[in-house]
Design a protein around this ligand. Structure first.
Ligand code: CTP
Length: 413
């Protein structure tokens, strides 16, 4: 599991968005990470440290020198591998694999950009060598202030990762909408995932992923499709970005939100997907074709809504372009990863597809198996590579499957 057992330190500074960091801590815990929280004294005016202590099940660092409150230590245990009550922030700076500053106020950004270390958060960051993820949140005027922008640019130039705020409703009704709202939780989690990857085997590589289903319209209001939701392809995009890739995701209709930092191309039909893939294919290093593309479409779709006059009707269907097979013919250096959904003769069918479509790796799954299939968070797949090697994976999250797929595929290069 990509977050499982990871040590993540969340630093909270004093802005109204501090309440959203509770959700961040919860979500990181739900994904199996160990989380600790440190707060500036201003942050404690927005959220009580007890809230974070309960969510993280760890004492919360609120003071530069004093230890975490004894009552919380009693309840949640002492923090720090080698506790040093006098200089707590030094112990804490050595503990995490990633530090996330959420929210990062204009004041915290100014301190960090100018080398200050006079509160538990800025001092711990200063004393640490791990990747730092900034999640700024403030009102529009503050965010657009030139000095704030200068500080953010300076921090980015110095290796700080930053999930820029987005446009949307701000904290008070008087402010209305504007830039400065804390980034969505899924964007922050994606950036933490990327920060956790010490090795970036896809750095500088172009990755093209397809996801979801296609829809083939019979008339203006009816279509044939399949139950694919796009989860596996979205997970493949998120993992590829975390591993350093420049990712383009071409997806059929879906309710999922496009992953953070990924170029998103929405399409509807198999023909549109084929065109989009052809357009983005030049220069691709890795192609992961997880879309459940319709194999047939109506030869002639009805221009108007069909009325139910007849007791039955017939419609002629024709084959769509096989995108992977077509690209297989053009292929030179790119790694091609295909998917096979099979309900019988699984391995033989998958091996046959691997050969026919000139793939490097095929990911086989049977939607009837527990923990696999359409619309669920997990998958159980078997990887078959071009040399015939077979690797059966246990049931795991689609994101974890995505990392395993790249690991295996990149070994083949
Ligand atoms: N695929 C494609 N273009 C299509 C159909 C499928 O590129 N028109 C890709 C899918 O994205 C998947 C792989 O081919 O990666 C396997 O798709 P599948 O439909 O299972 O394979 P087919 O060769 O169509 O075999 P069959 O339908 O007979 O099982």
């Amino acid at each position: 599991m990509p977050f499982s057992g990871k040590k993540i330190l969340v630093g909270v500074s004093g802005g109204i968005a501090a309440y959203k960091s509770c959700e961040l801590v919860r979500e990181l815990r739900r994904r199996g990470a160990h989380v600790r929280v440190m707060m500036t004294s201003r942050a404690t005016e927005f959220i009580a440290p007890l809230t974070f202590a309960a969510l993280s099940e760890q004492p919360v660092l609120t003071n530069l020198f004093a230890p975490a409150p004894a009552s919380l230590e009693h309840q949640y245990g002492k923090a720090g591998q080698e506790p040093n009550a006098a200089i707590e922030h030094i112990d804490w700076s050595r503990w995490p694999e990633v530090i996330v500053l959420c929210p990062a106020t204009a004041n915290l950004l100014a301190k960090l950009a100018n080398g200050f270390a006079d509160d538990p958060v800025s001092a711990t960051v200063r004393a640490s060598r791990v990747p730092i993820v900034l999640c700024p949140a403030m009102n529009t005027a503050m965010w657009e202030d030139r000095l704030v922008q200068r500080n953010v640019s300076l921090l980015k130039e110095n290796g700080y990762l930053c999930v820029d705020p987005e446009f949307g409703a701000l904290a008070t009704t008087a402010e209305g909408e504007g830039w400065g709202r804390l980034a969505r939780l899924d964007c922050i989690l994606s950036e933490i995932l990327a920060a956790l990857q010490q090795h970036k085997p896809l750095a500088g590589k172009k990755v093209l992923v397809t996801a979801g289903r296609t829809e083939e319209y019979l008339d203006p209001v009816r279509m044939i499709t399949n139950p694919a939701t796009g989860r596996m392809g979205f997970a493949l995009s998120e993992a590829a970005r975390a591993l350093g890739g420049h990712v383009t995701l071409i997806s059929g209709p879906t309710h999922l939100t496009p992953p953070y930092g990924v170029a998103f191309v929405p399409v509807v039909s198999a023909a549109e997907m084929a065109d989009a893939v052809q357009q983005h294919y030049p220069g691709v290093d890795v192609l992961a074709m997880s879309a459940a593309v319709s194999d047939y479409r109506p030869r002639r779709a009805a221009p108007e809504k069909m009325k139910k006059n007849a007791a039955s009707f017939q419609m002629e269907f024709e084959r769509t372009v096989d995108i992977l097979a077509t690209l297989g013919e053009q292929k030179n250096r790119a790694l091609h990863i295909g998917f096979a959904v099979e309900t019988e003769n699984e391995l033989d069918n998958a091996k046959d597809k691997l050969r026919r479509k000139k793939l490097d790796l095929i990911v086989l799954n049977n939607p009837r198996h527990a923990g696999a299939g359409f619309g669920v968070e997990t998958n159980r797949v078997t990887l078959v590579d071009r040399s015939g090697q077979i690797q059966e994976l246990a049931v795991m999250s689609k994101l974890a499957v995505a990392f395993k797929i790249y690991e295996r595929a990149l070994e083949l290069n």
